[in-house]
Write a protein that binds this ligand. Structure first.
Ligand code: B3K
Ligand code: ZN
Length: 857
């Protein structure tokens, strides 16, 4: 099969208003009987085409009569039909316990569950497995009562009972989902599960029964998720006017899952890492992630389920918008500034490199080989930035009017990104014609900004010029609309020179004049990260230091510090030695500013990652970057030694509470500890080990472990062993044990990772475990890019092995190999050789082939 193109979209020839499914469940052999009521969509003579993968029809019946004029064409079952409506029934047998791809119906921890997005439903039964075919599902589940006492599916429960006249101890349950939905939102779960129940009363007074389902021993770890669910339901009513629509909302946690979670209608299925938390096993970061993902999946009920996507090219319609919504939710739970900083850091860590590399694609892609490869940072995170820019341009009222119109106009349908933008225009009266380029042009725009001051005239002139770099298939770009929040500050007095302005840069270049500026102005630009662009300004170290202390937008303060650090590190890499004075002063001022939120301070004093420094350079020298960054860390650690000790000791400890303030203190303590260690202080390992042992929570314990894992002290081995033994059998925590070691900045991390891959607890069959070692190693710029190519070879070996089990997860881990253009000739050749070896592997999946071949091009 060749690539699928966005322009080839055709409406479905047949619709399926009703679907009846009967599952005779069994891990080895599950029989699925599907009865589809089908109606011809328009005047045509096309046969019915149903997708199916990995099975064969045992029987096909049309209007109750067995037929044999059907044929198989690739992944399609083609059934000739004569009338306008028919009932079409198929029967298949599938083997969940042999499903290692974790797509379709599969077994996890002795239970059975499904994952259908994007194209997993076709691995369960024959169906038009495309998002624009919406059907009402009624589902009957039959299973062994002892092994699978709990039987769940989408919608509301109808009835349940024991199977009559059977000695096998089987039972059944029926579920009915009144909302027509695409097949990718289908779900079922059969298993031995315990439930944490709650209720939520909606704005209109309906009571919804909530349930978080997990294995019985995990039930005490579900309270945070249940609480986050209730907060999300209330938030969506308050902020978007969206109410829940079924009588029940169930969430199930499973250990084997290809990504974070899935928004199946009324039955969300989660990777257990985004449900299970208690202070002893989950970090603050995990708690935040759980709330964000619970909210995200819940919000999909409207942005995704009530209104779904017409085709997979529109994926960002639901994902970008829903990420924007979950970001807003999280911002409202604590510090909005810190949340914005974290989101921008994530965008720069994952999306900017994607946009600058061989896998760059627009937020609305033009073609794909395998849709699973397009669940990317561009679709999700850049997509969310697009929605944020629309909200910025329209203002809060215009944006809310736009979303109201969208939910109203497209409820119950499969829509497009264009539909969404048109609603925003219709509700606000704003013209977003040029804005649409954000959906079609890939690449991160770069904005050159330079501010000139004519003191005598009292005038400041800001010159802006934008440039969107070429990306695969898109060598030339048009200028985009960039909403840039801008403010000037007086360089002497520190006072604001006028209000913040929203400048819409929509030309290649533009000049903005500020009058009445008598004092030397300092430019604060892209405040709040109002546009997802790279700013290239000529601001001096002194000006950046000034902004890091005086800007009244916390994000802009953080950003000024980051830019100062980045400039310092880039200069150090290029010149081999750096002047650290400006950074030391700026960090000292930030640490000394008692008015600042500790959570903000912790973010602001962190150096940009080695990868992010690498992204600034045409040629990445991972060892030079590591040396420069470690030198700056050491210098900061030594020269501000007292301040780090202060920050470390002054953070209140006390028993664990999950609150924004307590989180901030813990974060600052861990950052301070890492600087104490970076300084080379003789007692650093002792302090870290003491924190590790005294901790009553995972945040402090892992914070200490991370610091120890980067070093060579005896305490390192001891802590890793204690940690491992304490949590033996707890998969999610053992993942942390692998990950911490794979992210280590030690010189021998490559060798340690290769050893860990032979550890009895390592397995490629569990995606979390595979990611915890292989994914983390790929993100460790210096270790992965070892000059002898051992990192590249290791990754390729692992991916070739993983591809045979789980192509989707393998393909996700490939991108670090595609960065070869940015490295010296020797590394570049070694990386390409591994990519070629992958492409040449017999029986390679479409998933891994697409990512590897595009990475070579
Ligand atoms: N919609 C799912 C992701 C499905 C990924 C399929 N490869 C989870 C989410 O974005 O909420
Ligand atoms: Zn989503």
């Amino acid at each position: 099969v060749g690539p699928i193109s966005r322009h080839d979209y055709r409406p479905p020839a047949w619709l399926v208003p009703d679907t009846r499914l009967v599952f005779a469940l069994d891990a080895a052999a599950t029989r699925v009987t599907a009865t589809l009521s089908v109606t011809r969509n328009g005047e045509h003579g096309e046969p019915l085409r149903l997708h199916g993968a990995g099975q064969e029809p045992l029987a096909v019946r049309v209007d109750g009569v067995a037929v044999n004029d059907w044929r198989i064409e690739g992944e399609q079952l083609v059934v000739p039909l004569t009338g306008a409506t028919h009932s079409v029934e198929t029967e298949v047998v599938i083997a969940p316990e042999r499903n290692t791809q974790l797509m379709g119906l599969y077994a996890s921890g002795g239970n059975l569950c499904t994952q259908c997005e994007a194209e997993g439903f076709r691995r369960i039964t024959y169906f038009p497995d495309r998002p624009d075919v919406l059907s009402r599902y009624r589902v009957r589940l039959e299973a062994d009562k002892v092994r699978y006492p709990v039987l769940l599916a989408n919608g509301d429960p109808v009835d349940a009972g024991d199977m009559p006249g059977e000695s096998g101890g089987r039972h059944w349950a029926e579920w009915d989902d009144p909302f027509p939905k695409p097949s990718y939102l289908f779900a079922l779960v059969a298993g031995d599960l315990a439930v944490n129940r709650g209720t939520f009363t909606t704005a209109s007074g309906r009571t919804v029964a909530l349930g978080i389902w997990v294995r019985a021993t995990d039930i005490e770890k579900t309270h945070h998720a249940l609480h986050a669910l209730k907060l999300s339901m209330a938030w969506d009513e308050r902020v978007y006017g969206r109410e829940y629509d079924l009588d029940v909302f169930n969430v199930v946690a499973v250990d084997d899952f290809n990504f974070g979670a899935m928004e199946n209608k009324g039955l969300n299925i989660f990777n257990s890492r985004y449900i299970l938390a208690d202070p002893d096993t989950a970090t603050d970061y995990d708690y935040d992630g759980i709330a964000a993902v619970v909210a995200h999946e819940y919000f999909h009920n409207w942005s995704g389920n009530r209104i779904t996507c017409r085709d997979w090219f529109q994926l960002s319609l639901k994902e970008g918008f829903t990420v924007y919504r979950d970001q807003g939710f999280s911002a409202d739970q604590g510090s909005a500034a810190v949340k914005r900083i974290e989101d921008v850091r994530g965008l720069r860590a994952a999306q900017f490199p994607e946009d600058a590399g061989p896998l760059a694609h627009p937020v609305r892609p033009e073609s794909y080989l395998e849709i699973s490869n397009f669940y990317t940072a561009t679709i999700y995170n850049k997509g969310a930035e697009l929605i944020r820019m629309i909200a910025t341009i329209l203002g809060p009222q215009g944006f809310r009017a736009g979303t109201d119109l969208y939910f109203d106009r497209f409820d119950g349908t499969a829509a497009t990104c264009e539909d969404f933008v048109a609603c925003m225009e219709d509700a606000s009266g704003r013209d977003l014609a040029q804005f649409r380029l954000w959906y079609s042009q890939a690449g991160t725009p770069r904005v050159a900004a330079s501010l000139a001051h004519e003191a005598g005239e009292g005038r400041a002139t800001l010159r802006l010029a934008q440039h969107v770099p070429g990306t695969p298939g898109q060598p030339d770009k048009q200028p985009m609309v960039l909403p840039l929040k801008i403010k000037l500050f007086g360089g002497e007095t520190g006072r604001a020179l006028g209000e913040e302005q929203l400048v819409l840069l929509d030309q290649a270049a533009s000049t903005i004049v500020f009058d009445g500026i008598t004092e030397r102005p300092v430019l604060s630009i892209n405040r709040g990260f109002s546009a997802p662009v790279i700013i290239e300004s000529d601001r001096s170290a002194a000006e950046l230091g000034f902004l890091s202390a005086h800007d009244d937008d916390p994000f802009a303060r953080y950003e000024a510090m980051q830019q100062l650090m980045l400039d310092t590190l880039v200069a150090a890499v290029i010149e081999g030695d750096g002047d650290h004075a400006a950074v030391v002063t700026a960090v000292a001022n930030t640490l000394a500013d008692r008015a600042l939120d500790p959570a903000f301070v912790a973010e602001a004093v962190l150096l940009p990652s080695e990868s992010f420094v690498g992204d600034q350079l045409a040629l990445v020298d991972p060892d030079a970057i590591h040396r420069a960054r470690e030198a700056l860390r050491r210098d900061l650690g030594m020269r501000l030694a007292d301040q780090w000790r202060d920050a470390y000791e002054q953070a209140p400890t006390g028993p664990y509470v999950y609150s924004p303030a307590a989180k901030g203190h813990r974060r600052l303590r861990s950052v301070a500890l890492s600087y104490i260690a970076a300084s080379g202080a003789a007692d650093a390992a002792t302090i870290a080990f003491r924190q590790f042992e005294a901790a009553d929570n995972m945040t402090d314990r892992q914070g200490a472990l991370n610091t120890l894992a980067n070093g060579y002290a005896d305490e390192r081995e001891a802590a890793l062993d204690i940690f491992y033994n304490r949590y033996a059998g707890n998969g999610l925590v053992i993942d942390k044990w692998f990950q911490t070691q794979a992210l280590s900045s030690r010189d021998d991390t490559g060798r340690l990772v290769a050893e860990l891959a032979r550890h009895p607890d390592f397995t490629l069959a569990n995606p979390n475990r595979a990611r915890s070692l292989i994914g983390a190693y790929g993100a460790n710029q210096r270790a992965f890019n070892a000059a002898d190519g051992s990192g590249y070879r290791f990754l390729a070996d692992q991916l070739i092995a993983l591809d045979k089990l789980n192509p989707q997860t393998a393909a996700k881990l490939l991108p670090p190999l595609g960065r070869w253009r940015r490295f010296d000739e020797k590394r570049s050749a070694l990386m390409r050789a591994e990519l070629q070896r992958i492409v040449a592997t017999p029986g390679l999946s479409r998933d891994l082939f697409e990512q590897a071949s595009k990475s070579l091009a």
